[in-house]
Design a protein around this ligand. Sequence first.
Ligand code: NIG
Ligand code: FE
Length: 421
Amino acid sequence: MANNRIDLLIHNIGTLITMQGNRETRKGSEMSEVAAVRRGAVAIRDGIIAAAGPEDEVLAQIGGLPVERKHDAEGRLVTPGLIDPHTHLVHGGSREHELDLKLKGVSYLEILAQGGGILSTVRSTRQATEEELYSKAKQSLDTMLSLGVTTAEAKSGYGLTLEDELKQLRVARRLNQEHPVDLVSTFMGAHMVPEEYKGRSGEFVRLVIEQMLPEVKRQGLAEFCDVFCEHGVFSVEESEQILLAAKEMGFGLKIHADEIEPMGGAQLAGKLGCISAEHLIAASDEGLEAMRQAGVVAVCLPATSFNLRLKQHARARRMIEMGLAVALSTDYNPGSSPTESLQLVMTLGCLNLGMTPEEVLTAVTINAAHAIGKADTVGSLEAGKQADLVIFKADKLAYLPYHFGINHVHTVLKRGNMVVS
Ligand code: NIG
Ligand code: FE
C-alpha cells in the first residue's frame, strides 16, 4: 500500500461534522458532542481516511504529499455516512391494502391476529424466488444509498422455515458483496410463529433453536440474532430461551422489545447483555435502567410509531437524561414502516422524540455503528476509518431535519469512491 500520496482531498467544507473523539457509544449528554468544524477538509487514501478536521490542520498533516484529485465541497455540510441499524430489507410483496384497515381503526396486532401483517409478508416471501427477493431488496438499497446511507443492518424473519430463512440471508450476503452499501446480517427466525405452527409456539421455538440457529451459524450467514418479544408473538421466556441459545453459539443479540406493550423486554436485554434493544415505546424506567447498566444501545424507530398512528413514542429524552446511548433507524419493512428514508427519521427524531439535531446525527452515525458492532470501522470521520461520507445540499446540520420530506444528499462517498453524485 503506497503511503506517499493522497487519492482524494475534499476541501472547502462549510461545516464538517466528524463525530471524532470517542470510540465508545455516546451516552446521555455526550450525544450533543458532534465535533463540528467550520471550513474543514478530509484526506483519503486507499478508501480510508488519512486525516479529517479543520482544513489548515489537514493540509499540515498531509504535508507535501502529492494529491491525485481534489473535490471542492463549495461550503456544504459533510457528515459521516449515515448508518441504518435496523431494517427488514429482504422481503417479498407489499402491504398497501393494510392502509385502509388502519384508517378504519384496526390495530397492527389485530391485523396480525387475523393472519395478515407479518404473516402476509411471510406468504409473499416464501413464494418469491431468490432472484426476485434480490432485485426488490437491491432497489431499496439503491434508495437508501441515494438518501445517504452507507451501512445498514438487514434481518431475516419472513421465511420462518429453515430454507426460506436461508434464502433471505443469502440475498443479504450477495447484496453485501455486490452493492456499495455494507450490510450486517441478523437472523430473525423468531419474528412470528408461522401459521403451520399456530398454537404450538414451543415447537417452533425448538425448531429455531435446534435447526435454524445452528445451520445459519454453520453457513456464517448472520452475525446477530433478534427476537420479536411481544404479546401474541414470543413471550419473555421464549425470547430468553432463543437468545441464550444464540449467545452460546456465538451470535450477538438484539431484541424487538416493549414495542406495543410493556412486557419486560428491555429488562431482558439488560440481563442478557444484548448489543441493542429496539422500539422500546412502552419500556419502563426499570427496563431502561437495566439497559443502561448493561450498556445496551436503545434503537428508537420513530417512523414506526408515526406509521402505526400510535399516540405514544419512544421516550428518547428520558433515555438521554438517564445516560443511555440512543440510535435511530428506519425499521424499513413492508408493514409497520414502509420507508427507506433515514432523513425522514431524523426529522421524526426531532419532532416526535424531542431530540436535538446533534443528538439525531449521533443516533444515525456513531451510535448506530455501535448498535451493529461496526464502530471500529465506520460511524465517524477519523484517521483509519472507512472514507464513508455524505456531502449535503445544506450548510448547517439543523437544516436537514428542519426542511423535511425531501432528499438533501448532494454526493455520497463509500470507501473513498463517489457512489452518488
Ligand atoms: O420491527 N415488530 C416486528 N417487526 C417489524 C414489523 C414487521 C412487519 O410488520 O412486517 C417491526 O416493526
Ligand atoms: Fe423491526
